[in-house]
Design a protein around this ligand. Structure first.
Ligand SMILES: [Zn+2]
Length: 71
């Protein structure tokens, strides 16, 4: 996606930072095994919001690498 123009470069950086943050939230709030380890509920709002943001900005659904996490 090309926005073009110097004005949008800052927004691109912000978008990249937001995506990075959203993925970190998904990582932290991923159910283990069946509920959020932070919120202690199955339906974690933080993870839902982060996943929704990624969807809105056009990112593919993000899933933590469970193989490395399980090690
Ligand atoms: Zn949570």
């Amino acid at each position: 996606m090309t926005d073009g123009g110097p004005f949008f470069d800052d927004l691109g950086d912000l978008r990249t930072q937001m995506i990075r943050t959203a993925k970190a939230i998904v990582d932290d709030h991923w159910p283990s095994p069946d509920r959020c380890p932070i919120c202690r509920v199955a339906a974690c709002t933080a993870r839902g919001n982060a996943a929704y943001y990624l969807e809105v900005v056009g990112e593919p659904p993000y899933v933590p690498n469970l193989l490395t996490r399980a090690a």
